[in-house]
Design a protein around this ligand. Structure first.
Ligand code: AMP
Ligand code: MG
Length: 498
């Protein structure tokens, strides 16, 4: 009997683009694979029932050991800017796309990350380690739980095959799932090589499948860019509102669909710091928390440059200049779109229900300063704020501030402002709890789950997965996961090594 997964896997649409866009290849098998975790929610979305979870054939497919004969797996080529510098050709160095599954309202590409060498592996070994695979798996599903657009993760499988990083680790494969993994870097790749026919083919493909409204416009490419910019601005606003730091915001890690993509040395901040750098190899702080919106803008500028040849009616200097002039106001709109999104999200977190007029805005700005000055735990603060709305005399937050008088001053103005807004208290508290997560993927939780998994016990990965898919709900059985991090967690560092 064929596996339920095999029955659903189809030839991906991306292959229609032709061989300038990818290389066909088979995943490299791993010894003795075993399951680490499965997202049953995503399995359901894909139409896989739970029997899939125990199925050996599915295990072999998702470890890259068996490829259904109907499929022609591939690795895609792209290029990109890394840390602000043009890096030239990159590509799927260890990710191999198997096929796609037709869901109810969209199709999903199924990609194996860590499935072996590809023509784009450069100096890498084509593998991923269990540690980074668990982080990517949990963060993908946690982001989805938070309502933030992201690539998803269906499963992790592992093998006793050894992989050398800073130490010797077990190999693993994450099954990543997304409507498309196309990145800004794909567009840069064809533009930088002067391959304008392929650039057009790629852009038309993306527009037809994901931005069909642009086809109705006078200037479809300009409209497409504007839509990508809007989705990107919204995404980074959501990251900033939950205290998420990506760590490696290179243009090859920017999704053309506005999805969070490529989880490496990311971190949800515990102690809030605007200048937080979560990737300890980013010594200059280019990708610090506060820089993320600016970096998105910079990356969009790179995308805009790549699209200019399509927007110009011919390749004369005048036509190019005209296209540049047309795209400029769209680029300029980024900061106001971002700010509007961000301020609204913060307004909801504070219980102002979207109000961003004068005083609301001042209080939003003041709370960011207050949390930054006091290195306050970001998630804990917002989640517990609603309890102070109910009973301002509770000390559960005040005790965590170094500068208690600054806290008192802010709190007084905050509570006064809530009164001025005249919103119903019960519903304000309810609404605050719907947007302020109780549970996030804290570094120490990921680290504990990784340590247990490395020792052969995967229960904590499953428990965290279960908890993080409902981050806004009270889940008494997971109360420990909502606690402030232990002291040892402040020394945790994550690098690019994955
Ligand atoms: P990242 O910084 O993880 O986004 O990776 C940048 C580029 O390096 C991408 O093209 C990856 O596919 C590639 N890469 C990263 N790690 C490996 C590896 N272990 N083996 C092969 N390629 C890799
Ligand atoms: Mg990447």
């Amino acid at each position: 009997m064929s596996s339920p997964l095999e029955a659903l896997l189809l030839h991906p649409d991306f292959l229609a683009l032709g061989e300038d866009f990818y290389t066909h290849l088979q995943p490299t098998p791993l010894n003795n694979p075993s399951w680490v975790a499965v997202s049953s929610e995503l399995a359901n979305t894909l139409g896989l029932n739970t029997s899939f979870i125990k199925d050996d054939e599915s295990l072999n497919i998702l470890s890259g050991n068996v490829t259904p004969s109907s499929l022609k797996p591939y690795a895609a080529v792209y290029s990109g800017h890394q840390f602000g510098v043009w890096a030239g050709q990159l590509g799927d160095g260890r990710a191999i796309t198997l096929g796609q599954i037709q869901g109810q309202d969209q199709s999903w590409e199924i990609q194996l990350k860590g499935a072996g060498l590809t023509p784009y592996s450069r100096m890498g070994d084509g593998r991923a380690v269990l540690r980074s695979s668990i982080r990517e798996f949990l963060c993908s599903e946690a982001m989805h739980g938070l309502g933030i657009p992201t690539t998803r993760a269906l499963a992790i499988t592992q093998s006793p095959n050894r992989v050398i990083r800073e130490s010797v680790e077990n190999a693993a494969v994450v099954t990543r799932v997304a409507p498309s993994f196309i990145r800004f870097g794909h567009f840069e790749h064809f533009a930088s090589n002067g391959l304008h026919a392929q650039l057009k083919e790629l852009t038309d493909f993306v527009i037809q499948r994901f931005y069909p409204d642009s086809l109705e416009q006078d200037k479809p490419y300009l409209h497409f860019f504007e839509m990508v910019l809007k989705r990107s601005a919204k995404l980074v606003a959501q990251w900033q509102s939950v205290g998420f730091c990506h760590g490696v915001l290179n243009t090859d890690n920017m999704s053309i669909l506005g999805l969070s993509l490529d989880y490496g040395p990311f971190g949800f901040m515990d102690k809030f710091a605007l200048n937080h750098i979560c990737n300890h190899t980013d010594s200059q702080g280019r990708y610090s928390f506060a820089n993320q919106p600016q970096v998105f803008y910079w990356n969009l500028l790179c995308l805009a440059q790549a699209l200019i040849p399509l927007m110009a009616i011919d390749d004369s200097d005048e036509a190019m200049e005209k296209a540049v002039e047309e795209i400029k106001p769209v680029l300029t709109s980024f900061s106001s779109i971002y700010l509007k999104e961000y301020q609204e999200l913060m307004s909801h977190k504070l219980g102002f229900q979207g109000d961003v007029s004068g005083n609301s805005l001042q209080i939003i700005q003041a709370v960011i300063q207050l949390l930054d000055n006091n290195a306050m735990d970001y998630t804990y603060f917002f989640r517990n704020l609603s309890r102070l709305v109910k009973d301002p005399h509770q000390s559960l937050l005040r005790d965590h501030f170094v500068d208690t008088s600054a806290f008192d001053t802010w709190m007084t103005s905050y509570l006064n402002h809530l009164q001025v807004l005249g919103l119903d208290q019960e519903s304000t508290i309810d609404k605050m709890n719907q947007v302020n997560p109780k549970y996030i993927l804290r570094q120490h939780l990921a680290q504990m789950a990784i340590a247990e998994s490395q020792a052969g016990q995967h229960a904590m990965v499953e428990r965290l997965l279960q908890c993080l898919t409902q981050p806004f709900a009270e889940q008494p059985e997971f109360e420990d996961y909502a606690a402030l991090p232990p002291d040892w967690a402040s020394h945790l560092e994550v690098s690019c090594s994955s």
